[in-house]
Design a protein around this ligand. Structure first.
Ligand code: GLU
Length: 474
């Protein structure tokens, strides 16, 4: 039975790194009908951030990374918050104490500093085991408890990183239980993975140097280690640094709130360090679940490329049905949309469907469909082509257009009419159409001019052209 877990510490929001770990663990479980577990690792009381458990749960739920057991879904091996399992860690600590594999650590901070300095003077790496106390103290809750390690070299296999090894210097006496009575990550996760019957440990690469310590503890506890699956780091946009909150890695919920689609985000995240061996980039969630394979996870870092995410999201937006598109855009329409009938909204939505990268973009891009904009003649005076034309020519071009458009029905023949206007005025599209576009939308870019004008309607277009002429005449 495959059982995987996502074991976040509730220390804030989740960025791409955490969500990708959760997704990979979820996929490994789901593709073999296994179980996926959410375990909250809240044993570092100083780092807890209020509401982050809720935030983690909300993030996973919104993306459909559904867990079978977790803090709010009871299962056979709960509770699933480490702070509610202190009794369990205590029992396992006693087991180690009874075997002589743990000891109370009464070292003071000063002594610890002394040991460190000594190691430095002797040009040796500092290992606590070199300074183990010689007298055996009874351990009491409230004192740190250390593991009595059995240093030796290790060779082990990681499902992604391959065959790895480390010398005995990687094994030290680490703390099992802290003076506040809470276990360390090093101790708690090993006990929990065992008790929760986790078959795989899927986690980020920051733990890889500690694996020899963990292997030593597995041996002392006489438990079998799960399969180790170390994920490659996610690098920032420049590819030169690990993606981190400090360097602006965004909350994944923020992307959702900005109108990125769940399936696009999942597709993007799954390709951060995984591919199916082909050049395919767009995968449905079903394809992802079928094709995902631990052995195709890459070892080297994966770049978080914002432009690629935008491109991918745009591909998903293009495929939305009318209803899905309206649902995506619903939170982002400019306020003034209330006065417009639903079919008008749909027309505007569809004209932008091929152009937006994420939902929020509709807000600014579509504003002229709902409200006259302030006239900004700089759009004309700073336009590459238009700025060379004298004002009276500009006015004349707009007046001729106004005349002609007055007599033209705004239907599918409008494009033909606009083309005739080019001939009539002897102008190129990047002069005449740019001018009409700016006059009718107060924007240098818009979807196709004829389509845009048809949606705006004759009355609005003529009014805006007249207003622009007036402004130019001032
Ligand atoms: N609590 C650890 C973290 O948030 C989890 C590491 C693991 O998956 O074992 O980084």
């Amino acid at each position: 039975m495959i059982r995987t877990r996502f074991a976040p510490s509730p220390t804030g929001y989740m960025h791409a790194g955490g969500v990708r770990t959760a997704l990979f663990a979820y996929l490994i479980a789901k593709q073999s009908n296994g179980k996926f577990i959410l375990r909250i690792e809240d044993t570092d009381q100083n780092r807890l951030v209020k509401d982050s458990v809720d935030h983690i749960i909300r993030t996973l739920n919104s993306l459909g990374i559904n867990y079978d057991e977790g803090p709010d879904i009871d299962g056979p091996y709960g509770p699933y918050r480490q702070s509610q399992r202190l009794e369990i860690y205590h029992q396992w600590a006693i087991k180690l104490l009874n075997q002589g594999r743990a000891y109370a650590d009464l070292t003071t901070q000063e002594e610890l500093n002394q040991f460190r300095n000594l190691a430095k003077e002797n040009k040796r790496p500092f290992l606590f085991r070199d300074y183990r106390p010689t007298t055996k103290n009874q351990w009491q809750v409230g004192q740190p408890l250390r593991f009595l390690s059995n240093p030796k070299p290790y060779f082990w296999h990681d499902e992604v990183m391959g065959d790895l090894s480390a010398g005995p210097e990687a094994v030290d006496d680490f703390i099992l239980i802290k003076s506040d009575g809470y276990p360390t990550y090093n101790f708690a996760h090993i006990v929990d993975d065992y008790l929760m019957k986790c078959s795989h440990v899927i986690r980020s690469n920051e733990f890889i140097a500690s694996v020899p310590k963990f292997l030593n503890l597995y041996e002392a506890l006489d438990i079998e280690k799960p399969l180790l699956v170390t994920l490659p780091p996610i690098m920032n946009d420049n590819g030169n640094k690990k993606l981190s909150k400090r360097d602006g890695a965004k909350d994944i919920l923020e992307y959702m709130n900005a109108g990125y689609l769940k399936d696009a985000l999942l597709n993007f995240l799954v390709t951060l360090g995984w591919n199916d061996g082909s050049t395919q980039e767009i995968f449905s969630i079903q394809e992802i679940t079928e094709k995902f394979d631990i052995h195709r996870i890459q070892k080297s870092g994966a770049k978080f490329d914002q432009k690629r995410l935008d491109w991918m999201n745009a591909q998903y937006i293009k495929k939305l049905s009318d209803d899905q598109l309206l649902e995506l855009l619903q939170p982002f329409w400019p306020k003034s949309t209330n006065n417009f009938p639903p079919d008008y909204l749909l027309k505007v939505a569809k004209i932008f469907q091929d152009r937006i990268r994420y939902g929020q973009e509709i807000s600014e891009l579509s504003s002229y469909f709902f409200e006259d904009q302030l006239i900004n003649l700089d759009l004309i005076f700073q336009d590459k082509q238009l700025k060379n034309l004298p004002k009276d020519i500009l006015i004349n071009l707009l007046q001729v257009s106004e005349q002609e458009l007055k007599a033209t029905p705004f239907d599918q023949n409008l494009m033909t009419k606009l083309n005739q206007l080019l001939v009539q005025t002897n102008q190129k599209p990047n002069i005449l159409f740019s001018l009409i576009r700016i006059a009718t939308t107060q924007s240098p870019h818009s979807p196709g001019l004829s389509d845009t004008m048809q949606i705006l309607g004759q009355e609005t277009c003529l009014r805006r052209i007249a207003d622009t002429i007036k402004e130019l005449k001032k």
